[in-house]
Design a protein around this ligand. Structure first.
Ligand SMILES: [Zn+2]
Length: 493
């Protein structure tokens, strides 16, 4: 037991866990460890993911407790204004190949944590490391902590990693086990460089070692294989991959002497980062912007490009590249997006107000203002709360924790976009190469136009009319009290 007689904490994140599939896996007897935890614990089903509800954004939210407006991981694919290039975290293998496999891997393994994730927000590992607690993490997208880890080990996978230029140290949780690239100690566990299908077993193996040797107070127990399996066979096929995740949990409980003995020493939280829904139609943004000069991967003449387009499952961001042309091009981009069958909602910022538009109507709101919606509004307003200065913002940020979609693109960061769109439940903008037929249940649509320098706070909630076919979609507060340009410039310098 941890110092002071407190239980150690295991945070198990099962990627893309669909609640209905968890029920089915338990009913069929395929998930005995999860069944035992549910029986002894509390099950909370009314959970909401980030916007966009894709793994990098949601993982960063889980690790930092903030939304994308604050943690700065905006999407699966985004345009880095400082470096003037696309960032691709691995929407699909063809997409990764289009942007460069090594570059995509570098962005995912190194830059996501060391450069893209905001330094202004501590991760759970940094908080706990600072408090003197022992942190541990298996292969999880966000691992940033206070302990330096050099690539080490003598396995064949490690040598392959070296050939792929993975030679740089990182700062992570005290105990870090990341896809054979970083192993803070020799556990004898391997993951074939983090290949899908191997990662849950690797996590179970490492976790059992850590439990047996009492090496953590907090363990982020990452179980990502359910997501890969679900993308491959569809969300309805999750029972099999949930059973695999369950085996990893069972393994760490087994070394402690079974479920009850394990729970005497450990508090366990099992959660997901988002769910998934099946996508049956695709929306090709290349068609929408066929008359535009869109920046392409490895563009031979990037200065000629007018916009960057970043599809990411059921949402997409559009960046206008030339500041001098911004106003006119943003207006045209909005017109181009609004007429497209399959795009459900649009959020724009105009004259200090956020504007959510759909075929059914529009919703406007602003910092410090009350919400109001008419019968033709795009969704049902469920909460009204507002504040106008940074002191109030602090209070509001305590009261609400769900990141808003405009947090993904409204902040003064290198990731700030100019326009966003998202799709109805069925179509998806997919990836650059259209290879992601099954995607997460993304929420609404956000589109920002102007910029702002003042501190402000937004607080409200809104549920999409399409909520009946997926998890309820709620937007709440986004508070900002500092400009992040300084941080971004400092980092670039
Ligand atoms: Zn995920």
């Amino acid at each position: 037991m941890a110092a002071g007689g407190r239980r150690k904490v295991v945070l198990a994140v099962i990627d893309s866990l669909k609640p209905e599939m968890l029920d089915q896996a338990i009913e069929e007897g395929r998930a005995p460890a999860l069944a035992a935890l549910r029986e002894r614990g509390t099950c909370i089903r009314d959970c909401i993911s980030t916007f966009p509800s894709v793994t990098p954004v949601a993982s960063a939210a889980i690790a930092t407790g903030t939304g994308p407006g604050e943690h700065h991981i905006p999407s699966m694919n985004w345009f880095h204004r400082g470096e003037e290039r696309y960032i691709e975290y691995g929407s699909s293998f063809p997409a990764t190949r289009a942007f460069g496999v090594v570059r995509s891997l570098f962005d995912t393994v190194y830059n996501m944590n060391m450069a893209h994730l905001s330094r202004a927000r501590k991760t759970v590992f940094e908080h706990l490391d600072d408090a003197g607690l022992r942190t541990a993490c298996t292969t999880y997208l966000i691992y940033r902590g206070r302990t330096r880890h050099d690539p080490s080990g003598e396995s064949v996978y490690r040598r392959i990693g070296e050939v792929l230029q993975f030679r740089h140290p990182v700062y992570g949780a005290r105990e870090l086990f990341y896809a054979d690239l970083f192993d803070s100690r020799n556990t004898g566990c391997t993951s074939a460089l983090g290949l899908p299908g191997q990662r849950d077993r690797h996590t179970g193996c490492v976790g059992a070692y850590l439990v047996e040797n009492d090496l953590f107070d907090f363990l982020l127990f990452s179980l990502p294989d359910n997501d890969t399996h679900s993308h491959k066979v569809g969300p309805e096929g999750q029972v099999r991959s949930i059973a695999e995740a369950d085996r990893a949990l069972e393994r760490i409980m087994h070394v402690a002497g079974g479920v009850d003995a394990f729970l005497e020493e450990h508090a366990v939280i099992v959660m997901s980062d988002h769910s998934q829904t099946k996508v049956e139609e695709r929306l090709n943004l290349a068609d929408v912007f066929s008359s535009w000069r869109v920046l392409v991967p490895a563009d031979p003449a990037p200065v000629e490009a007018e916009i960057a387009v970043c599809p990411s499952a059921r949402s997409a961001m559009v960046y206008v590249l030339d500041p001098a042309e911004r106003e006119g091009l943003v207006k045209q981009a909005i017109e181009a997006l609004e007429g497209v069958d399959g795009i459900e909602l649009v959020i724009t910022r105009q004259d200090g107000e956020a504007l959510v538009r759909s075929a059914r109507g529009e919703l406007r709101f602003a910092p410090g203002a009350s919400w109001s919606m008419g019968a033709g509004s795009p969704g049902a307003l469920t909460e009204s709360r507002g504040c106008s200065d940074s002191r109030s913002a602090t209070a509001a940020s305590r009261a609400t924790t769900i990141p808003m979609p405009w947090g993904a693109c409204g902040r003064r960061s290198s990731a700030r976009t100019r326009a966003m769109c998202s799709c109805r439940p069925r179509p998806a903008s997919s990836s650059w190469t259209g290879e992601a037929p099954i995607t997460s249940a993304a929420a609404a649509t956000a589109r920002w136009i102007a910029t702002t320098r003042r501190a402000f706070c937004w607080s409200a909630a809104w549920t999409s009319p399409s909520a009946r076919s997926g998890p309820s979609r709620t937007l709440r507060r986004w508070c900002s009290s500092t400009s992040l340009y300084g941080w971004a410039d400092e980092r670039r310098g």
